[in-house]
Structures are given as C-alpha cells and as structure tokens.
Design a protein around this ligand. Sequence first.
Ligand SMILES: [Zn+2]
Length: 111
Amino acid sequence: MDCNTAEDMVPRFISHSLSYKELEEFLHHIDTCESCRDELETMYIVDRVIRHLDKEEKDTRSDFQSLLMEDIERSREKLRRMRFLRTAGRLAVYLIVALVTGVIFYFLILQ
Ligand SMILES: [Zn+2]
C-alpha cells in the first residue's frame, strides 16, 4: 500500500468503516510508515476534539494518544479473531472433505 491510499483510509479507520482486508493492509502500513502514523495521530486527535466539543463522546478522557493506541489494539484484536475464524472454517471444510472421502473409499472398498 502506498502513502496516498493509506492517508485516504485514515478517516474510515477512525470511523471504523474499513473492511477486514483494508484494515489489515492499513495497520501494516501504519506499522512501517512513520509519516502515515503521524497523519493518523493528528486526524484522530482532531476527530476526538470535535466529538468532545459536540459532547457526542461519552469518554471524557483527553489522553487522545492512548485512546488511539487502544483503538489500534482493538482493531488488531478484531483482525486476529477474524483470522482465527477463517482458519477454523477452513479446517472444518478440510475435515468434512476428508470424512466424505473416507466414507466414499470405505464403501468403494467394501463393494
Ligand atoms: Zn505511508
């Protein structure tokens, strides 16, 4: 992912509307690119301050940087869960295929 794409995704990251695939690529980019991480931090703080002023935000903490860190950590946790579910799903499919193949072989050999 290039910086332009990542910067375009910042508002959608903040509003939690990135798809899993986008989120994965975005977090990877943020991990490796300091300038986009700074951009995210700035936008995040601006967003929080505006919400804060609107009193829309229940969380009255003003430590925005740690709020961002929590948000990133939650996103990572979401991705980990998604990856786990995908792996578990794939394993279940393999298991079913193996079982069906086993049953077919079993009956073929019996006849
Ligand atoms: Zn970048």
